[in-house]
Design a protein around this ligand. Structure first.
Ligand SMILES: CC(=O)N[C@@H]1[C@@H](OP(=O)(O)OP(=O)(O)OC[C@H]2O[C@@H](n3ccc(=O)[nH]c3=O)[C@H](O)[C@@H]2O)O[C@H](CO)[C@@H](O)[C@@H]1O
Length: 370
């Protein structure tokens, strides 16, 4: 049995690694252990429960700030790495937990597998700090699971050996398929459905987030029959302006973050999604729901190229204009809804687990031979 340590700490990492964990457990050759770094607390608990995961190891959070969290987490991770002969560390994406997890494996000469590798804007400030973190993880990982061909090309162009980069699809599609199957989900909305909004990214804090909220307020006022559904991130930097600008509008429903089931139901019943989230850009096309990205750039241009998403930016007038276009132009709307999902087919985990089995067996043979 190969002892595999899955390290993660935030909501999107849990969603995207849950299917990998369950596939490894079912594989018969791997013994996966789940480590929660404590980076997210309440939102993480919600996701762990949703995917039937009880972490084997939970680290104590060093403090509220990212610096304190990071310093303590690094020390505790090193203790976990040195306490057991791990075969592999698995990390996902581009958070502080992802980077620290990869670094802890690297320092102890334990190979690191990076899920969702190769996403790039090549602008270290946008998104900050994620672009820097994911580039650094790529420098020290041994196995790179790229969700798309474009991501694989980026990794190869940075000098990562061809035979270490694998195109698997994104595991978030596996997570979606899992909940839809488990809970027999289907579209329940009659008519157009609601406008689903999420916005929380650091680059949008401050004036951009206020512009986004005013755009939603304009749209809600212009179309009183349109219901707006906005699960609001728990961070006060987000919560405060969202409630101040949108809190009194009768057709805008502000609510606490959804668990994954609620979110997938809300997606299925949506007319349109407005978001700065990475995961939602990947998920909305699964259900044929057009999406406007509330950013000026994206590391997921596949959705724009496939035609299922558009970059709306963060200016009030531009966002309102793009929503109006889709409201009035049914052909433009239908062509976005029909574009399909360029991020995966729900079989990413099967590919990842098969590849890991082959690669780890190969490493073992080489070790025995030397
Ligand atoms: C720079 C960047 O783009 N980085 C991304 C960032 O993730 P993100 O922007 O996707 O983060 P969120 O928006 O928080 O999560 C989204 C997921 O959460 C679900 N959801 C959302 C609201 C809610 O109320 N209930 C829910 O269930 C939703 O359906 C979706 O699956 O970090 C990840 C890890 O490194 C990266 O992979 C990813 O590149």
């Amino acid at each position: 049995m190969q002892d595999i340590l899955i390290i993660c700490g935030t909501r999107p990492e849990i969603i995207k690694l849950a299917p990998v964990y369950h596939s490894l457990r079912a594989s018969g050759w791997a013994c996966p252990r789940w480590l929660h770094t404590g980076q997210h607390d309440e939102m993480a608990r919600q996701m762990l429960a949703c995917f039937d995961i009880v972490p084997d190891i939970v680290l104590e959070r060093g403090g509220d700030g990212l610096g304190e969290f990071s310093t303590r987490c690094r020390t505790l991770l090193d203790g976990v790495m040195s306490s057991h002969p791990w075969s592999l560390v698995v990390v996902q994406g581009d958070t502080e937990s992802t980077f620290l997890g990869a670094l802890s494996g690297f320092y102890r000469h334990v190979p690191v597998a990076h899920v969702e590798a190769g996403l790039r804007t090549y602008d270290l400030e946008r998104p900050f700090p994620e672009e820097g973190l994911r580039q650094m993880v790529s420098r020290i990982a041994s196995y790179h699971f790229a969700p798309t061909r474009r991501a694989a090309v980026a990794l190869r162009s940075e000098g990562i050996p061809q035979d270490r980069v694998f195109v698997t699809g994104n595991t978030v599609i596996d997570a979606q398929h899992w909940v839809v199957r488990q809970h027999h989900m289907h579209r329940a909305a009659e008519g157009r459905g609601h406008l689903l909004v999420t916005a929380h990214r650091r680059e949008n804090w401050g004036s951009d987030l206020r512009e986004i909220c005013y755009a939603i307020a304009d749209t809600a006022t212009r179309h009183p029959e349109l219901q707006v559904l906005f699960p609001v991130h728990l961070n006060p930097v987000v919560k405060q302006p969202v409630h101040a600008i949108l809190g009194q509008l009768p057709n805008v429903r502000l609510c606490p973050p959804f668990d994954y089931l609620e979110m997938q139901r809300a997606l299925l019943d949506a007319w349109l999604v407005l978001t700065d989230s990475g995961g939602l850009q990947e998920e909305a096309p699964t259900f044929g729901v057009p999406l406007l990205v509330l950013r000026t750039e994206t590391e997921r241009p596949e959705a724009i190229e496939a035609g299922c998403a558009r970059l709306a930016g963060t200016r009030r007038a531009s966002i309102v204009k793009q929503i109006e276009e889709l409201w009035t132009d049914s052909d433009a709307y239908a062509s976005m809804a029909r574009a399909g999902n360029p991020f995966g087919d729900g079989r990413a985990c099967i590919r990842i687990v098969d590849l890991l089995q082959k690669e780890l067996a190969h490493e073992e043979r080489q070790r025995e031979a030397s």
